[in-house]
Write a protein that binds this ligand. Structure first.
Ligand SMILES: NC(=O)C1=CN([C@@H]2O[C@H](COP(=O)(O)OP(=O)(O)OC[C@H]3O[C@@H](n4cnc5c(N)ncnc54)[C@H](O)[C@@H]3O)[C@@H](O)[C@H]2O)C=CC1
Ligand SMILES: Nc1nc(O)c(N)c(N[C@@H]2O[C@H](COP(=O)(O)O)[C@@H](O)[C@H]2O)n1
Length: 224
């Protein structure tokens, strides 16, 4: 599985406000760059925290990009994938409309009735892990279904877990020219955090580019 994490943060590293409400940190050029990344992906992954906060659609917005995908024999939109240990995704969430396939990665702790409701709403539920989604195992099941290239859009809890599990290949971060602040505002990588410097995720900076009134930093992730 190739995993590319892309997100937008303020200069102080926040993904949104302390109220966890969606804010547009990117400008039009960066949203278009993100749309191009979606069009190149087999799946777009977010955590359920992002679904609950933002209710994103995760579709390719540009019609020409969707047409190119169709001409290449692909579905117009990549699959939508949500990491959702307890199957909390609302059955009327945007990611469950009929514009693309949707996978819910759940754990064995998910309530059977919630799983059934998501299946009835059109999702394919993949179970991996006892109390939290085992991301490596879930990715193996996605690959078996042809989803072999993931764009991860957030949020901070999920992104930290992916780094912690050594699953990230590439990171692009748009740094918008704004300060959001707030000790409880989500950051690019939340979770428990690393303690031993030996275990920090090591990155290699490969590009710096200006988009809108901010910069996009591109990193390859060093793997052992
Ligand atoms: N600026 C940006 O680029 C973006 C900002 N956001 C913002 O991020 C915030 C949401 O982020 P978070 O609250 O951190 O939620 P999140 O989107 O990272 O979801 C976390 C949830 O995912 C589930 N999960 C299942 N398996 C997991 C695993 N192995 N590791 C970690 N989580 C797992 C858990 O239920 C966990 O609570 C919102 O405020 C949203 O607006 C979200 C995406 C992009
Ligand atoms: N790249 C980026 N920049 C921002 O400023 C953002 N607020 C986000 N948020 C994420 O964008 C996605 C929206 O998807 P749809 O337009 O609904 O398809 C979603 O993943 C948000 O969390 N991203």
């Amino acid at each position: 599985m190739h995993v590319h994490v892309n997100a937008a943060e303020s200069v102080d590293g926040k993904l949104s406000t302390h109220e966890r409400e969606q804010v547009a940190i990117s400008g039009p050029e960066d949203f278009d760059r993100m749309d191009a990344l979606r069009a190149e992906s087999a799946g777009v992954l977010v955590g359920v925290g992002t679904v609950l906060a933002d209710d994103p659609s995760l579709t390719v917005k540009d019609a020409e990009r969707r047409e190119r995908r169709t001409n290449d024999g692909k579905a117009p939109n990549p699959a939508r994938v949500v990491a959702d240990s307890r199957a909390r995704t609302p059955p009327d969430a945007e990611i469950l409309d009929d514009s693309a396939a949707t996978y819910v990665l759940a754990s064995e702790a998910a309530d059977e009735a919630e799983v059934a409701a998501l299946s009835a709403a059109g999702a394919t539920v993949i179970t991996a892990g006892s109390s939290r989604v085992d991301l490596s195992a879930a990715f193996e099941q996605l690959e078996a279904r042809g989803v072999d290239r993931l764009l991860v859009e957030g949020g901070g809890e999920l992104i930290f877990s992916l780094f912690d599990a050594g699953l990230v290949d590439r990171l692009t971060v748009y740094v918008g020219s704004v300060v959001i602040g707030g000790r409880d505002a989500p950051t690019l990588a939340d979770g428990e955090g690393f303690t031993d410097p030996e275990t920090f995720a090591a990155l290699s900076l490969t590009d710096v580019a200006r988009f809108d009134d901010g910069v996009v930093l591109t990193y390859d992730v060093q793997k052992e």
